[in-house]
Design a protein around this ligand. Structure first.
Ligand code: URA
Length: 226
């Protein structure tokens, strides 16, 4: 598992699957425990993540950290990644303003996300916001309608969506912002209660000589028949 993820990360470094790499500093691959039972998927790196090369280390990441702490989830036990691995932005004066990735950019990045899921084999995937939810649960999925509900998915036994931390940061009214934060904490608590944080070390499936059927769940694309 560790080996396949390492190779994937190295391959993703030079990704040219779509033009987003041209204006980004670097590929921001997922990070966290390779034994994680819980995977969180965000949208794309922000300005700070782009510079530092790690997911969720900017303002949204700090809000996520607060919510995880309130939910009693140790971030060190999770694997955290994004649907899109390059920062998409437009200039506004001296600032680089986030731009929502297009569907074709999400599709271009899908092999990396599916590769991470295949390597980690999480029990639960939490989609943070609409982009991640649409990438993993289909374009018709609406976070506003189905937030916090487990959805059948070929990617993991349990997949659900909740608010994106950036969306909470954008809420102007303090009481509404606090209510949204509490909802995020509730959803993250649900994650914790459904999957113990990490599993015991396992052999790397890519290196195993056992036949695929004997190695546990097939990959998402294999299970979709693709
Ligand atoms: N927003 C995201 O979706 N991901 C990050 O890594 C940072 C901000």
């Amino acid at each position: 598992m560790a080996e396949s993820l390492k190779l994937l990360r190295e391959d993703a470094r030079d990704c040219r699957n779509c033009p987003l790499w041209k204006n980004a500093t670097q590929t921001v691959f997922g990070a966290g425990s390779q034994r994680a039972r819980i995977m969180l998927v965000g949208e794309q790196p922000g300005d700070e993540e782009d510079r530092r090369g790690e997911p969720f280390v900017g303002p949204a990441g700090r809000l996520l950290d607060r919510a995880l702490e309130a939910a009693g989830v140790d971030r060190g036990t999770l694997y955290v990644t994004n649907a899109v691995k390059h920062f998409k932005w437009e200039p506004r004066g001296k600032r680089r303003l986030h731009k929502t990735p297009a569907q074709r950019e999400i599709e271009a990045c899908r092999p990396w996300l599916e590769g991470e899921i295949k390597a980690i084999r999480p029990e639960v995937i939490g989609c943070l916001g609409a982009t991640a939810a649409k990438a993993l649960l289909g374009p018709a999925f609406k976070v506003s309608v189905s937030r916090g509900q487990f959805i059948d998915s070929p990617y993991a036994p349990r997949v659900f969506a909740t608010f994106h931390p950036s969306a909470i940061l954008r809420v102007r009214d303090e009481a509404e912002r606090e209510a949204a934060f509490k909802s995020l904490v509730r959803d993250l608590t649900l994650l914790r209660s459904t999957a113990p944080a990490t599993r015991a070390p396992q052999p790397d499936p890519a290196r195993s000589s056992a036949p695929r059927s004997a190695r546990g769940r097939p990959s998402p694309s294999a299970r979709r028949g693709g």
